[in-house]
Design a binder for this molecule. Sequence first.
Ligand SMILES: Cc1cc2nc3c(=O)[nH]c(=O)nc-3n(C[C@H](O)[C@H](O)[C@H](O)COP(=O)(O)OP(=O)(O)OC[C@H]3O[C@@H](n4cnc5c(N)ncnc54)[C@H](O)[C@@H]3O)c2cc1C
Length: 283
Amino acid sequence: MIPVGFDYTRAKSVREVLNGLATGDAKLIAGGHSLLPLMRFRLAQPAKLIDIGELEELRGIEAKGRSVRIGAATTYRDLVDSTILAEKYPIIIEATLGIGDTQVRNRGTVGGGLAHADPASDMPAVMLALDATFNLRSKAGKRSVAAREFFISPFVTAMKDDEMLYDITLPAPPRKAGMAYVSFDQKASGYAIAAAAAIVTKSRKSIATLTLALTGVGEKAYLAEVPDAIGTHGDDAALDSALSAVADSAVVNSDVHASAEYRAHLARVAAKRAIQTALGRAG
Ligand SMILES: Cc1cc2nc3c(=O)[nH]c(=O)nc-3n(C[C@H](O)[C@H](O)[C@H](O)COP(=O)(O)OP(=O)(O)OC[C@H]3O[C@@H](n4cnc5c(N)ncnc54)[C@H](O)[C@@H]3O)c2cc1C
């Protein structure tokens, strides 16, 4: 289908973007991989598109003290190529390599994916596990929202219509933490049927701390508490028991890809593998 008519502006500055958003009925376009399909199905009919693809200040990955800043319009390709991320947050690269295909990763942006908030997308779980902060801007000013407060429901975030995601701040991960992302993908697209991001520290051979986030399972990515895993060696029996209720806090999706029962099972398996892999990588 062909989208309805719309105005198009290629922004030359962030100020121009914010002024455009303040007029109402304008949408940002970054890589266009999520927005354009919606427009072609006429599920989105913005009067005006503001292209942020040429704004250099929105791209890039840089260390800032002990934290790291990622510009919202940084492509997945840039994430994969980043030596800073490879050293400090390898889980981002592990998750990104499973997103779509080379074309999607070359054009799609991390900020576009987070703003779109598809419940089957990969990066929200990673951002929850890493306790990222999303820095927003509008004509009225700046504010920051924790990733853990950002995702509200399918395709709905805490961002207001006149706000843009400017950049992402990642705090230093726990010392000697191991990280892993494990996804059961939809074969055609790479979206998660169920996926888990785990960050683990260990004490001797036991799990000392664990942060676990799931995506693809329910209406949004979420953190799952697994207190019974702490102090265990992360063996199959201990984790099978500790993770038995890991999908219970979500209303589990059921669709052509997986029934709710099967998806909940995949969530437990993804979580177990992510925890065991992260434990093996912890220093
Ligand atoms: C074939 C295919 C396979 C895919 N597979 C996967 C997959 O395996 N896993 C996965 O997670 N995703 C997958 N995706 C989705 C892809 O990752 C997203 O399309 C992409 O991340 C969205 O980024 P974009 O730059 O293309 O955003 P756009 O499509 O340009 O924008 C998406 C939405 O975000 C808004 N937006 C964009 N940037 C900003 C900003 N800075 N501030 C505020 N709002 C903004 C737009 O207004 C729009 O509403 C796939 C997509 C395709 C087409």
